[in-house]
Design a protein around this ligand. Structure first.
Ligand code: CA
Length: 127
């Protein structure tokens, strides 16, 4: 399971240098990363896409769940549209504006911990 923000200013969605600092190295794009896991997990190239409910309108963010099919192990991407370098969940009570400025928007439509739990619960059903 990968959860990536489309507007992540530190770990770029499209890949490249991390945090605009060559010393931090570089990362594959999200597409390349998911292609790697698709092959490792033996999935077909068919995907299912589901736009999750936009429960929190003020977070300027939505989530699309992309699931690969016919895999030996569950393979899924939560694409956080408009999301920064943040874990989806409840907004923090203090300093949120400063953190928003540094890390970008936080999606509040889902709780990442619950999504991760559901992913691993489903994963145990695949054998
Ligand atoms: Ca939202």
């Amino acid at each position: 399971m990968v959860i990536n923000g489309r507007n992540d200013g530190l770990v770029p969605w499209d890949g490249g240098v991390v945090a605009d600092n060559e010393e931090r190295g570089s990362v594959l794009s999200t597409e390349e990363t998911m292609e790697f896991w698709r092959r490792v997990n033996g999935c077909s190239d068919q995907t299912g896409r589901q736009d999750l409910a936009n429960l929190e309108q003020d977070d300027e963010s939505t989530i699309t769940r992309v699931s690969w099919q016919a895999c030996n192990a569950a393979t899924e991407l939560l694409q956080v549209n408009g999301g920064g370098h943040r874990v989806p969940g409840d907004d923090i009570p203090f300093g949120s504006r400063l953190i928003d400025a540094l890390l970008g928007n936080q999606n509040e439509d889902v709780q990442a911990a619950e999504e991760i739990w559901k992913f691993f619960s489903r994963s145990t059903e695949i054998h």
